[in-house]
Design a protein around this ligand. Sequence first.
Ligand code: M6R
Length: 605
Amino acid sequence: MCGIIGIASDKSVSSNIINSLKRLEYRGYDSAGLATLNNNLIIEKKCSGRVEQLEKIIFESPVKGNIGIGHVRWATHGIPNTVNAHPHSSEIVSVVHNGIIENSDELKKKLEKEGVKFKSQTDTEVITFLITKALESSDPLDSVFLTLEKLKGSFALGILFKNHNNIIIGARRGSPLAVGYAKNENYLGSDSYALKSMTNKISYLDDGDVCVLNKDHIEFYNQKKTKINKKVLVLSDDARSISKGDYKNFMSKEIFEQPITIKNCMNEYIDKIRNQINLYDFPIQPDKIDKITLIACGTAYHSCLVAKYWFEEVTDLDVEVDIASEFRYRNIKFKKNNLYIFVSQSGETADTAAALELCKQNNAKTCSIVNVVESSIARLSDWVLPIHAGPEIGVASTKAFLGQLLVLYILILKISKIRGDVSEKEIIKKIDDLKKIPDALNQVLKIEDKIQVIAKDFVNAKGTMYLGRGLSYPIALEGALKLKELSYLHAEGYPAGEMKHGPLALIEDGLPVVVLAPNDKYFEKTISNMQEVIARGGKILLITDKHDEVISENLRFKLEIPFINYLLTPFIITVPLQLLAYHVASLKKCDIDKPRNLAKSVTVE
Ligand code: M6R
């Protein structure tokens, strides 16, 4: 992961570097650093911990220089400490890097034999010394190209040169990199978000591209070192949605924004007057598709699992779901009539992007469902369906998950209509039901105070389990992922019917167990599975939309949620689980927006 920034200006850059690093912290937050050039000297400041810490250091000992680079780190090689923090500098070169150099050990050994003394345990430092060596006989641009030839793995780089004090060189292979343009100032950054407070004019580097920027000008080269031109994109201004407002953290804001997120997304895709789905420019004839493969990671993968159940309920299509990090290395038999759908909030997840790349190499039909429309995944796919959720800053994905579910559901309705799997009348009924989601979400958000009380039961628990069947099974996985990610409590999501095949052995007196039992065809079965857990001492939190007193016996807690139609239950039942994870983590005083060891955008394998 990691985030990088570079600024070439006619004024001092350190405070703008710090501001951009704050915006990049969602990519990594275990250490931070910057380097500037002043009086032909590289000045480097780094620390372990957050950008706030770096800001204090710079406040106490200000750093001058009109050109500089900065970095926030998510450790891959070497523990998060000051020495391993980026930039990594020699006497004449300073480098920030996002990605992994897979042959760094081999390169390091060679360089050590040539007398190089490494200070850090990182893979990045080899880049610094390869460029330093190459500079003995070439200019900065050639030295970068010579170095890139030797690197295996993925990278986005920002490089400063002591003896060429007006340029920054950027390079991209695998990891994303953008540049931004302004008057007397140009920028390099891991994404447009990092640059947005300074400019809305952006270009993206493609794989293999290198750029050379100074304060007045940016030049681009492809991997053959031929000069190329880049399209300049003007970004929309959604800066307002990037503030926390009155909320304590981004995650709570994003949870409470969900009714409006769903409304906004629905407005994009549904003509509410005619009750029609607006999905245009479908480049693939849906009636010519035999099979759909959905590919994603983490929470986005869970949205794909929900979609599989939906596809099977409303179409005759054959549907498969794959975790991107597995898909990319499997021996896939690509078929002409297979559609590959990629789901990603960030659109930058390295495994998902690599799986998409594999599909492209095999001429497969691709579609992506993303939140960041300028992302690499969006740019690479044949067809893009944005989820219009607005920036999601909390590392734990919440509103993007509901947005992904909504777009998947709308896509499924559209495909089923074109294929003739569902009648026009049924589609209209289903669209009518969709419109009820925002109100139902508002209702469920009102039970937050009850959830706050329930959360106390989980704080000191040894672990917990989330059980569900059918559409609630992927939601059980998502609930468990939210809890472990935010509160560091062991949690497992399981199909309720699978408990007796092993996991029931985990149940002991007082273990909190969350049971999702909506009023669907699995209801009685799930309740029987719940009784089996109660009989072994499990302390049940039942979440259901069946508002009936009989099942309340022997329960520790019961949460009733609104019912719209059984297909739409995943939207509603997810919210109490997000709130539960949030409140357990708050009680445990965990860092809600930046859980330990994680990052928002996972741009490494
Ligand atoms: O940006 P993406 O949707 O591709 O990210 C995929 C996962 O890394 C992400 O959903 C992760 O699991 C979340 N932090 C979970 O809350």
